[in-house]
Design a protein around this ligand. Sequence first.
Ligand code: HXC
Length: 516
Amino acid sequence: MTKEEQFSLFREKRSEMMRAGGEDRIKAQHDRGKLTARERIETLVEEGSFIEHQAFMVGRDASFGLDGKRYPGDGVVAGTAKIGDKQVFLFSQDFTVLGGSLGEMHAERIAQVQQLALTNGSPFIQINDSGGARIQEGVLSLEGYGKIFRNNTLASGVIPQFSVILGPCAGGAVYSPAITDFIFMVDGVSNMYITGPDVIRTVTGEDISHEELGGAAAHCAKSGVAHFRFASEADCMEAVRTLLGYLPASNLEQPPVVDTGDSADRETPGLATLIPAEEKKAYDIKDLIAEVFDEGSFFEVHEEYAQTVVVGFARLAGRTVGIFANQPKVFAAALNIDASDKGARFIRFCDAFNIPIISLVDVPGFLPGVEQEHGGIIRHGAKILYAVAEATVPKISLIVRKAYGGAYICMASKALGYDRVLAFPTAQIAVMGPDGAANIIFRKEIAAADDADAKRREKIEEFNKSVMNPFIAAGYGFVDDVIDPKYARIELIRSVEMNLRKREDRPARKHGNIPL
Ligand code: HXC
């Protein structure tokens, strides 16, 4: 080969690589309102920062029906880039090549960037747009998935892993995103399901569209599989960048501290009127969050799912914290099965990545009901207790109003491991609410009274006056301080800062066995 021929081959191969599945398929992708794999990477990362790995890797061409269908890159673009000042490793599946299906070499490229992310201690981002296992490559494809799932698992808790679903993600392919920390979806673009509408129609007779079955709304609001939903790919990518900004690159680093311009001495006078005096009156805990944490810094996770708890990242004096809050506006904030799963998983993420946890407590307890009991509320509720108890990051609790029973223990118990517990004067800490308590402990007295209702009211009032305040718990040292709500921000900042050097050892073991 002459030098000229060598360069010509180089140009041809490079252009083939960039053309991917060809102009027609790229147009089809655009016509569906979808970006191509490379355009998605360009939208996500800092301009010019993407460096591709194994760009010329191709399938073996030996498999059934794949003769003449060898594409450089094998249907995936994989490499490294910068997002902000963070190095990330990522891949983006190319639907224009064999429907983005995953064959042996496609899987190998993904596995390589996964390993590089892990050895470099850098976040890993996957952009999924794929018909799943490449049918022609059979077991090679299945083994490819096995390798990817294993890598996802080994990286869990070591580096943050995000999945951005921007097309189909079907069959066993869904399990890689499911193992990662956060799943992002876009309305009308993303689909995730184990079996699609056709199979469901055959097996169960149910008739449902792709979007209704596995679209962003279904997974963000109903199944809880996904965490974030967006109207466009561009909004989605912006959110990926924002979330990354709250996190450390790996579990060996601390989360970034940024200048948010919000004063650490700022008082929070609005809280005095926000919390209703009436024990059962609802209010929006997000109003409290907006007032206390750095202005505009709350980044909610799982916003549409299990809304009796609110979880998400925020900044306090520029420092990332994880908020685990009850939401009195939704079902009086009772903890149910889904809320337990949501809370526990969020707490474990924060603990893995050195993010202090702040509980905002106003909770009447776990939700009673046959459906909840038979659905395993015992097993699911235990996840919160387990996650809080095992977490070694600073854990701060602010009791805003109700803190009853087992839910008090989850959200505020020093014995469970909260490092500092604060309470507003409106805090009510008890085994249960005054109505239930009076009915049990004064049952005989109430029954024997001439006017049972009057007696009941009297006993409830008595219980209210003598028990429903924070000073009994404070007297035992279970509450460190009862604070004026206007100092909530200042006190929380101090509480986090005083615990930043916290070190807590755990007995050596292979791993715990969280109730799943
Ligand atoms: C090989 C595939 C493919 C696959 C799509 N293609 N999926 N090739 N293996 N899994 C190819 C198509 O043949 C077609 O090639 C091109 O990609 C585009 O696909 P279309 O069907 O034309 O596109 P569209 O109408 O948009 O439908 C997209 C789709 C559909 C919904 C993803 O292709 C589909 O249902 N594919 C199969 C999905 C699936 O059941 N996968 C296996 C899941 S099981 P040509 O050349 O004709 O344009 C699984 C097991 C993993 O993944 C287990 C891991 C543990």
